[in-house]
Design a protein around this ligand. Structure first.
Ligand SMILES: Nc1ncnc2c1ncn2[C@@H]1O[C@H](COP(=O)(O)OP(=O)(O)OP(=O)(O)O)[C@@H](O)[C@H]1O
Length: 334
């Protein structure tokens, strides 16, 4: 039988980090990342994303649990393993006086690349990240977009199979962000990527897997499709037209329906939530009939959700409201 773990690029078990015996930054995170995955690491500020990435990189030692990369245990001494990873921290900084050519050459030397391999490599990287016109300029004059592209080039110099990029689109304008996303899509065809991000639209566009951290707790890990599948589906937005009296009357009737969880009207846009597990087509038919009977015109209707952002917010919100129930199940509490 084929080894199920052979294709795992990252594997963590009960990975835990407590800083200075005070701050629980990551608690018991167990997950696997397969070769070829593009994983979006999501979570509010302080959720533990950077801590998680730094543990995978072996830049921190775990307080408990372990991380394996390419099937081998990662730790601060595993420099050879780290060479197979291309890392970009949040807001990468570079020596301001160097030019991209000098800097990339320096990084290549650190990786032990011979000169005749270094030169063509850095030239092709500079071209790939679109820095050719600026290759001789001091980094001090670079825009955030140019700096981000230089970081990408630096993270690729050693031809790593795994890329770990912490908020790669942070601080970029629309054009620079677009070019970064296109670059990620190209790389995704050849490498495994872990991208930490606050931008759900970016994750939606380039990732196929997601992991969600909240207060150090891994609250979701799976495909992006799965994450979206967890969304509360019975949520709609209806744009209405009609006189105020008719709309108010229709609204009262809708609110009286037992299948309607909430019906909120704002500027003729009706936010309608139905109870879980109802046959939504039947209930919506009833909703439309009620509007029609009251001479309210339906201008448009759309299903809210099936968006990563909505799914993510639902997940974090539900986790927040669950609180202690995660630890104390009813059986234990009794
Ligand atoms: N070196 C450290 N010493 C003490 N506490 C730390 C250290 N690094 C991080 N923390 C704390 O650990 C928690 C998780 O931080 P981390 O930077 O991993 O979160 P994050 O999800 O990356 O946040 P952000 O999105 O704001 O970058 C936070 O409460 C943070 O203050």
């Amino acid at each position: 039988m084929a080894d199920r773990n052979a294709d795992l690029v990252v594997e963590t078990a009960h990975l835990t980090k407590i800083y200075q015996n005070r701050q629980i930054a990551l608690n018991d995170a167990t997950l696997t990342i397969e070769a070829g995955a593009v994983l979006g690491l999501l979570g509010p500020n302080g959720a533990g994303k950077t801590t998680f990435l730094r543990l995978i990189l072996g830049l921190h030692r775990p307080t408990a649990g372990w991380a394996k990369v390419f099937g081998r245990a990662m730790n601060p001494n595993a420099a050879d393993l780290r060479r197979r990873i291309g890392y970009i921290p949040t807001n990468p900084q570079f020596p301001k006086g160097m030019t991209p050519i000098v800097y990339l050459d320096y990084i290549g030397r650190l990786f032990g690349m011979p000169r005749d391999a270094r030169k063509p490599k850095l030239a092709s990287l500079i071209r790939a990240v679109d820095l050719l016109p600026h290759s001789g300029e001091p980094i001090a004059y670079f825009t955030p977009g140019m700096t981000a592209r230089l970081a990408v080039a630096a993270s690729l110099i050693n031809e790593p199979d795994l890329l770990i990029w912490d908020e790669p689109t942070h601080g970029l304008d629309i054009e620079a962000r677009r070019s970064m996303l296109e670059l990620i899509k190209t790389l995704a065809a050849q490498k495994t990527l872990i991208l930490s991000s606050h931008n759900l639209t970016d994750v939606d566009e380039v990732c196929n897997h997601a992991a969600v951290l909240n207060k150090g707790q891994l609250i979701f890990h799976g495909s992006l499709q799965d994450l979206k599948g967890r969304i509360r589906k019975n949520h709609y937005e209806l744009d209405l037209e009609g006189d105020q009296k008719s709309i108010t009357k229709a609204l009262a009737l809708l609110r009286a329906m037992k299948e309607v969880l909430s019906a909120l009207l704002r500027h003729r846009r009706l936010d309608l939530k139905l109870t879980d597990d109802v046959a939504n087509t039947a209930v919506l038919a009833q909703v439309f009939q009620t509007l029609f009977d009251n001479k309210v015109t339906l201008v448009s209707v759309r299903s809210v959700g099936m968006q990563t952002e909505q799914a993510y917010l639902d997940l974090v919100e539900r986790e927040e409201s669950r609180g202690f129930t995660r630890l104390y199940t009813p059986a234990e509490a009794a």
